[in-house]
Design a protein around this ligand. Structure first.
Ligand code: GRF
Length: 223
């Protein structure tokens, strides 16, 4: 049984994906690193950045991934920006679109072109603390556990179906920076794993309910 599972998992899935960024791109790097060791089941075909100065653009270039800059300020309306992005992503023939610190709202054209196929990672246990500065919100509220959430993107900001969450404790004497760094480390663990689940067709979405076909080997650090 274990051999059969190991063989199934060894099957090549090289699903083309896009990663959308606006900043540091540490989650992009986690995805690049997972792809490099065949633990993503995806090929990052294009990185789209809303800022040409984003450090993530350098990371993509270092990994020899095609990069595109699509600045919202270059468009007179949100609709035009949305349309351009949708066309670019469709032209790239990607199957999934992964937001990784992308600070623009994804519009209806993109969401219609990729139904249940746009993912985002957010630094809190949603539905708590949506929006900006989530680690700071968690600290100020006084929660003892926070974390990160990978969810499917819908027209409700940070409100789509939840695929996976990682818990991170808030420690006595924590600073927002220290907490944010621990959350980020957890993001780097769960985001590549979720992308892999999608690319291996192991994710089922039924309304808000998302289930994953688990493999026993997932718990052995190969998930
Ligand atoms: C992460 O905290 C992510 O949860 C949020 O934006 C941040 C991006 O960080 N959506 P990075 O650019 O991946 O380093």
């Amino acid at each position: 049984m274990r051999q059969l599972l190991a063989r199934q998992r060894g099957k090549k899935h090289n699903i083309p994906i896009a990663v959308l960024i606006s900043g540091t791109g540490s989650n992009l790097q986690a995805l690049i690193d997972a792809e490099a060791v065949n633990r993503l089941s995806a090929t990052i075909r294009v990185v789209v950045s809303s800022k040409d100065t984003a450090l993530g653009v350098k990371r993509a270039q270092n990994a020899k991934i095609k990069t595109e800059i699509v600045r919202p300020s270059d468009y007179s309306t949100r609709e035009e920006h949305d349309e351009t992005l949708a066309k670019l992503l469709l032209r790239s023939s990607v199957e999934f679109v992964c937001l990784a610190g992308y600070t623009c709202i994804v519009g209806p054209r993109v969401l219609e072109a990729f139904p249940n196929r746009v993912l985002n990672i957010h630094p809190s246990l949603l539905p708590a603390f949506p929006g900006l500065n989530a680690p700071q919100q968690a600290m100020q509220f006084g929660v003892k556990i926070t974390g990160c959430t990978v969810h499917i993107v819908t027209d409700v900001v940070d409100g789509g179906p939840i695929v996976a969450q990682g818990a991170v404790p808030v420690l006595d004497g924590d600073t927002t920076e220290a907490l944010a760094a621990r959350i980020l480390a957890e993001e780097h663990r769960i985001y590549p794993q979720v992308v892999r689940w999608f690319c291996e067709r192991r994710v089922h979405v039924n309304g808000r309910m998302v289930t994953i076909d688990r493999h026993p080997l997932d718990d052995e650090g190969d998930g």
